[in-house]
Every structure is written in C-alpha cells, then in structure tokens.
Design a protein around this ligand. Structure first.
Ligand SMILES: Nc1ncnc2c1ncn2[C@@H]1O[C@H](COP(=O)(O)OP(=O)(O)OP(=O)(O)O)[C@@H](O)[C@H]1O
Length: 319
C-alpha cells in the first residue's frame, strides 16, 4: 500500500516518523572483574540535544561514554549510535567527534603538528589539512600557542587541543568527557561558547562534567548517574520545574509553617520567608490554607530549582 492509499484509508495525515536519536542504550551493563561500573542503563539521547552526563566520581559516566563510542564493549545490553548498532556501529564514528580522557598527543611535536596528524586520519578531510586545523585551533583559543611543543602545554592547553581534534570537521554528535577539566575561567567560557555554537548548528552534544552551573547554562537535557545506575534523565527545564519550590511571604511565618504542615506539606522557614518544597500544593492551595488559618499572605513566588539542588536531592535520596 502506498502512503497516499494509506492516507485515503485512514482519512488523515500519516504521523511523522520519530526522529532517530543520536544515541540509545538499552539494558547496558559493564563489569570490570567484580566492579560493576554500569548496571543496566536505558537512555536515549535525542538528536539536537545538549545532554549533561552527571554523577559523583566513579558513578560510571566515562564507562558509559566509552561504550557509546564503541571504545569499550558492554558486558550486556544494546548500544545504538546515530541509528547503527553492533558491527554497523563503527560506520557512525566519522560523524562523531570525541574528547575522552587524555588524548594521546606526541610530546615533541607542536600542537599544530599534532593536530595535522589527527587530521590526516580524518576520513572526511583530504587535500590541504592546514585550513581546517588552523580553524579548529582558532576556535578553541589555541592559535597563539599552536607552534609550541605539546610537552610544554598546561593541562588546560592540552584539553583545548583535544577539543580542537573533536571539531576538525562538522559532526552530528560531539562527546566531551569533562572538557573543562584543568581549564581556567576563560577556557570554561570558551567551551561554553563552542557547545552553544555546536547546538545552534544542530549538532548533538554529550558532555560529562562536575560543574553543575556550567551544565545548567549549556545543557538542554541531563542524565544523572549514581553507582552505575541512572537516577533520572530528561529535559532539564522540565526536571527543574518539577522541583520548583514556593516561597511565601506572610505576616506570621511561624504560624504559616504550622498551618501548611498540618496539610502534610513539608513547609519550613528560610529567614523570614516560608518555603514549600515542590509537591502537591499549588499557590491557590497555599493561599487558601493560610487565609483559613487567619494569616495574611503578601506574596507567593514559584522559584525553579537550580541543578545543584536537584543533583543534591537525587544523589542524597539515593545514598
Ligand atoms: N578499566 C577499568 N578497570 C577496572 N575498573 C574500572 C575501569 N574503568 C572504570 N572502572 C571502575 O568503574 C567505576 C566507574 O568508573 P568511571 O570512570 O566510569 O566513573 P566516572 O563517573 O566517569 O568517574 P569520575 O567522575 O571520577 O571520572 C569505578 O569504580 C571505576 O573504578
């Protein structure tokens, strides 16, 4: 049956096909001897997202990233990268740029010569490699130090060079494992700018980091890991909205806390304001409860959570 015949039969437009996610893992697990690094994770990374991979030290972020990139074989489960899996997965790799722990550069070559060697292995590049190499060095703020030996680079300069390697050609997916590691504030801003440029160009970005304010500034999605398991994943704005709190100004804060707690809400005092954590009570419920208790309400404000607070709640609850 053709699409037109099908449309005629059902009398309406066919639904659009779901876009292929940039990456998808199902029940993925990785053990190193007795250590369970990743413990059965299901995760989908939508095309075009900037996903922050978060979690305490040793929670499995790097291992999960390495499995996504085909650098480590899962002990169990399924990995799909840009629509390909199994023996087909490596065919997606030319569309993927990656900065994963300690890029192996040659200490006695300059940053630029190192990058020319990387560019020579890029299947998408041929002919004169100097143009793309110089553009990538410029983009990561390393043009001035490009002719210095890699051996003399600071940690942050090495990170910048690794990032330049991931940006040599346009990619569908860029994976950055702790890209701000060792970077000064200007370097952190550069990474933020590069990620924003990639996002604007429609590139999917996966970024692991411990800098929650940075992640909050650049990411559209997050996945939070702890001890090899996924605690939560999804759109960042939705997760932060869900954790929003109400901040209430009244003429009797202590009385307001008592009245709100009587409804089962976990209200508490923060200086002179009353805070009602995200939950069943909406502003009209709060106002009604307080008015019934004879307490004057001056203001009810919804304050969206910060990622730092969401992260602390999730990881502490799970401990
Ligand atoms: N090659 C390996 N051999 C043995 N154990 C490993 C190996 N790689 C990782 N692990 C262990 O797997 C667990 C997860 O490590 P992983 O590096 O994935 O965590 P992470 O979340 O990236 O940590 P960090 O934030 O410190 O970089 C840790 O207990 C780690 O010691």
């Amino acid at each position: 049956m053709t699409a037109t015949q099908h449309e005629a039969l059902v009398g309406k437009d066919l639904p659009d096909e779901a876009p292929v996610p940039a990456a998808r893992v199902r029940g993925v697990r990785k053990t190193f001897g007795k250590v369970v690094a990743v413990d059965g994770i299901d995760l989908e990374i939508p095309a075009g997202a900037v996903l922050g991979m978060l979690g305490p030290n040793g929670s499995g972020k790097t291992t999960l990233i390495r499995m996504l990139l085909g650098l480590t074989r899962p002990s169990a489960g399924h990995v799909e990268l840009l629509g390909r899996s199994g023996d087909e997965l490596p065919a997606s790799l030319p569309d993927v740029g990656a900065l994963v722990e300690g890029p192996g550069f040659h200490p006695f070559l300059s940053g630029r010569d190192n990058l020319l060697r990387v560019a020579a292995c890029e299947p998408r590049l041929d002919g004169d490699l100097r143009g793309p190499v110089d553009a990538a060095l410029e983009r990561v703020g390393l043009a001035d130090a490009a002719r210095r030996r890699f051996r003399g680079y600071s940690l942050g300069m090495k990170q910048r060079l690794g990032l330049a390697g991931a940006l040599l050609v346009p990619r569908k997916l860029v994976v950055l494992d702790e890209p701000t590691n060792g970077l000064d504030p200007a370097g952190t801003r550069d990474v933020r700018r590069v990620v924003a440029e990639l996002h604007d160009a429609g590139t999917t970005v996966v970024l692991s980091s411990h800098l929650l304010a940075e992640v909050e500034a650049v990411c559209t999605h997050v996945a939070v890991l702890q001890r090899g398991s996924l605690l939560v994943s999804g759109e960042l704005a939705t997760l932060l909205d869900h954790d929003a709190e109400l901040v209430v100004t009244t003429d009797d804060p202590a009385g307001a806390v008592t009245a709100l707690r009587a409804t089962g809400a976990g209200a508490y005092l923060r200086e002179t304001a009353v805070v009602v954590p995200g939950g069943p009570l909406e502003p009209p419920d709060v106002v009604a409860t307080l008015v019934r208790a004879g307490i004057g309400v001056w203001e009810v404000q919804r304050r969206r959570a910060h990622l730092e607070e969401l992260f602390a709640r999730l990881t502490e609850e799970d401990s």
